[in-house]
Write a protein that binds this ligand. Structure first.
Ligand code: 3MF
Ligand code: MG
Length: 344
């Protein structure tokens, strides 16, 4: 933990092989154990897990075996002075989920998706976290006429209800994203995630995770998406990163594309005391050209940028800001922010 009380997290997928759709891996795989040692070195407190990051090949294991492996993972975390922030069911790797999990047209696939998510809940219990994240990777379609979007929305609510019922303590944070891997994703924004949660059996246990790149891909401002969810008390986690326009999901280092956009995310989080609410997750990826032995600098950069921007935000004189707002001198306010960001 740092002097502001923020806790930081990332997932094992944020140290990676550097492959992209048009090129092979460019870095060797790093073992989970080696990744764990990076967390503390770089000042991180917590690990974000996919279910199979914690328990590989869980589809082939019995519930008892799953619990046993999850407990072994918990011991590994403890040995490294780390905790788990959340567990996310990975519903996009198996061939059977090619056309979605919760929203697949095939009822057997929908049943698999719910069953797999319950296993992820069991893993969360063993890892001592009740927070789940649902990134709805393949819940959408490439072909609008190929799925019934009304039915699909109901299937998502059915899945939420099944999992909420399965464990009375689990809390589900939906991570919206408008595209990729699907062309047309069903839960593209904070508003969609929140509306879905409200229709569930227990709205108090459904919230959202805001990822900066996903908001940008939806043509929205990440700070406003954060604010909207905060206003409902529903922002339970974040995936801060950056994104250069409407392209593939880049997961660039936080603040590396648009520093002012990053500043505004930090500002709203900090003004709303987010350190008391959740962790600062950094869903960032090293660019493909980075050599293996220096391939964790995107994590260092993102964490340091966040903390520097907390300092910048707190150093801005509130009285001056309020006077400028009262005088409606927003150009001077603009200048004040730019000067702060330029270190003037
Ligand atoms: C995709 C993502 C995902 C999710 C992760 C955890 C691989 O754009 O952001 O990262 O964050 O699956 O739910
Ligand atoms: Mg993410």
């Amino acid at each position: 933990m740092n002097k502001y009380g923020y806790r930081f997290s990332f997932g094992p997928w944020n140290i990676h092989e550097g492959a992209d759709p048009f090129g092979p891996p460019v870095r060797a795989s790093v073992t989970f154990e080696d990744k764990l040692s990076v967390y503390r070195e770089l000042g991180f407190d917590a690990v974000q897990f996919h279910d199979d990051d914690a328990v590989p090949e869980l589809d082939d294991l019995s519930p008892a075996e799953i619990r046993q492996e999850a407990r072994a993972m918990r011991r590994k975390l403890e040995e490294n002075g780390l905790v788990a922030e959340f567990v996310a069911p990975r519903l996009w790797e198996k061939p059977i989920t090619i056309d979605g999990g919760f929203t697949a047209n095939d009822p057997a696939v929908r049943a698999y998706a719910i069953d797999r998510t319950k296993k992820a809940v069991d893993i969360g219990r063993e890892l001592d976290t009740h927070l789940m994240v649902w990134w709805l990777a393949r819940e959408g379609t490439y072909m609008r006429e190929a799925k019934d979007a009304v039915k699909a929305t109901h299937h998502l609510i059915e899945a939420l209800n099944a999992v909420l019922e399965y464990d009375p303590e689990v809390r589900i944070a939906i991570e919206p994203k408008p595209n990729e891997p699907m062309d047309l994703a069903y839960i593209p924004t904070m508003g969609h995630g929140l509306a879905l949660g409200m229709q569930s059996k227990d709205p108090a246990r459904v919230g959202v995770l805001m990822e900066s790149a996903h908001a940008v891909l939806a043509g929205l401002d990440p700070a406003d998406e954060i604010s909207f969810a905060l206003a409902f008390g529903k922002l339970w986690s974040v995936h801060l990163n950056d994104q250069n326009g409407l392209k593939f999901d880049q997961d660039r280092s936080f603040g590396s594309v648009d520093l002012r956009r990053a500043f505004n995310q930090v500002r709203v989080l900090d003004e709303n005391r987010f350190w008391e609410i959740g962790m600062i997750g950094l869903d960032v990826k090293a660019i493909r050209t980075q050599l293996a032995d220096v391939s964790t600098k995107h994590l260092r950069n993102s964490l340091d940028t966040f903390l520097r921007l907390v300092e910048v935000s707190r150093a801005i004189d509130r009285q001056t800001v309020e006077e400028l707002i009262a005088a409606r001198d927003y150009e001077e306010l603009d200048w004040l922010i730019l000067q702060s960001l330029m270190g003037a």
